[in-house]
Design a protein around this ligand. Structure first.
Ligand code: HEM
Length: 471
């Protein structure tokens, strides 16, 4: 068993981070009328239901007890904050009173102290450093790379009658993020990353409950597999970095170049964790959105027809050239609505666990320091007050310009908010629009609608086999 504490799986919580208050156990909780919820004595039963299907569990809490509610899991107090006002307070207005919660402690075992999992004061310093490659000005050059990779990747589909949609999307989005941010051809790593991610994503969420960390070094197979997957991903990130260093290629136009220039100011382990974070958070999420979007389209041929028309009318497609980011945006009205609606019902990041570091008041309820707080895209995006017929996938709702403007802050937040908002939002939107339009121009995909496998991300279950028809 590895004993290397510089590796994320075994690394201790950095000392620079603030202290996390102790959780609140049942016996210390006097209750709060504004936070209704199931009887705390049912904690063990609730924990079991939570583990079976967490999104369903959270939705049920909201249905039964209202948008702001409390429940005990692993005998610790959890507060569900699902109203848009509460989401806005937690993710933006009062974000400094929270740190990332349970799931992230598990995620740290894979991603170390990269941007997704790190805390202040490291987070803001790294965020500032890593923002430039994501500025709007760089998007045109990324769109050009993405365009070539989508063409190249989907060309292989021409000779096939079926594809495994989910792995195809994972491989394509991995190629895109690797090439754009690290100047890297990812083919050699695709298989290893996919296999390790499968285990890591599964274990992160399943072990999301607090208290399970005591098994991490137990040697039990289930946890051992988690460690092996984590170490394998670390090896890949380290090999990407050392190849660049050995090549003596000094680049300041991609993220890896920028990170390597910072050597000295930040540790090599931190650089490795940032590489790992961007590779993993930069492909898995987008891939899931694409698999869900094509699955919804296969079930909704009328919408697919509209998308095909949009693709047929896009000048850059008919002229077989790369669009600018702006041109892509202008030619993606239907594609954008499809993405927004897909991320409403199948948000790849579907829950944001936080811990209150101080007592505070959120949307009229008192949150005690130490409480676990859950805001959830999956739950809030299904609020019928803001999204009529909430369970119906209906991209047309986004085509009405006034619809999005009518939503209160915090009602729709697939990319999160505040200083922890997704760094890759526009990157993801650009690649997703390109993939949708370029596939719609050339192919028609048909497959059974997959079941969900909600883990650290909201994944479709299985390979999602689709028949490929040439248009
Ligand atoms: C559709 C695709 C994507 C979705 C829905 C998504 C969603 C999110 C969400 C909700 C968060 C905040 C998590 C939290 O507050 O707990 C986040 C953070 C982040 N995402 Fe994304 N993401 C996507 C694609 C990407 C891509 C393509 C990249 C990079 C190329 C990326 C990089 C990051 C990073 C680095 C963070 C951490 C930011 C910080 O805390 O400063 N994401 N993402």
């Amino acid at each position: 068993m590895s004993t290397d504490t510089t590796r994320p799986y075994l690394a201790p919580r950095p000392q620079e981070y603030g202290q996390i208050p102790n959780p609140i156990f049942r016996k210390e909780w006097v209750g709060d009328k504004k936070l209704p919820g199931p009887n705390p004595l049912l904690s063990d039963l609730l924990t079991a239901t939570f583990m079976v299907n967490t999104p369903k569990f959270l939705l049920k809490m909201q249905e039964k007890y209202g948008s702001n509610c409390s429940f005990f899991l692993s005998r610790r107090l959890f507060i569900g904050l699902f109203s848009p006002a509460a989401v806005y307070e937690v993710t933006v207005a009062q974000q400094h009173k929270f740190v990332k919660g349970v799931g992230f402690a598990r995620m740290r075992k894979v991603l170390g102290e990269g941007l997704l999992t790190n805390e202040e004061p490291i987070h803001l310093a790294h965020r500032r450093m890593m923002q430039p490659p994501f500025h709007h000005g760089n998007l045109d050059s990324y769109v050009a790379i993405m365009h070539n990779l989508v063409l190249e990747h989907t060309n292989h589909w021409r000779s096939k009658s079926t594809i495994e949609l989910a792995p195809e999307m994972m491989a394509l989005t991995l190629e895109i993020v690797s090439r754009c941010l690290f100047g890297l051809d990812s083919h050699q790593y695709t298989q290893a990353i996919a296999e390790s991610m499968e285990v890591a994503i599964d274990r992160i969420e399943r072990t999301m409950l607090p208290g399970l960390e005591r098994f991490d070094n137990s040697g039990i197979k289930y946890f051992k597999e988690f460690e092996i997957a984590s170490d394998r991903l670390v090896d890949i990130a380290e090999s990407i970095i050392s190849k660049r260093i050995e090549s003596n290629e000094k680049r300041d136009d991609d993220l890896l170049g920028i990170l390597l220039q910072m050597r000295g100011a930040i540790s090599t382990e931190h650089i490795r964790d940032e590489v790992l974070t961007l590779i993993l958070s930069g492909h898995e999420t987008t891939a899931n959105v694409m698999s869900w979007a094509f699955s919804y389209l296969s079930k909704n041929p009328d919408v697919r027809k509209q998308l095909e028309q949009e693709a047929d009318n896009a000048d850059w497609i008919t002229q077989n050239r790369t669009p600018s980011y702006q041109e892509l945006e202008d030619s993606s009205k239907v594609a954008s609505a499809i993405l927004q609606e897909t991320m409403r019902l199948a948000p790849p990041v579907w829950v944001a666990p936080r811990i209150a570091t101080q007592d505070c008041e959120i949307d009229g309820v008192n949150i005690p320091a130490g409480a676990h707080v859950l805001v959830s895209q999956y739950v809030t995006h299904r609020n019928g007050k803001y999204f009529p017929n909430p369970n119906q996938w209906n991209p047309a709702r986004w085509l009405d310009e006034n619809f999005e403007k009518s939503l209160p802050r915090g009602a729709y937040f697939p990319f999160g908010g505040g200083s922890r908002k997704c760094l890759g939002e526009y990157f993801a939107i650009a690649e997703a629009r390109l993939i949708l339009l370029m596939v719609a121009k050339n192919f028609r995909l048909n497959g059974d609608f997959p079941k969900a496998q909600p883990r650290a991300t909201y994944r479709p279950k299985g390979a999602v086999i689709n028949k490929v028809e040439l248009r």
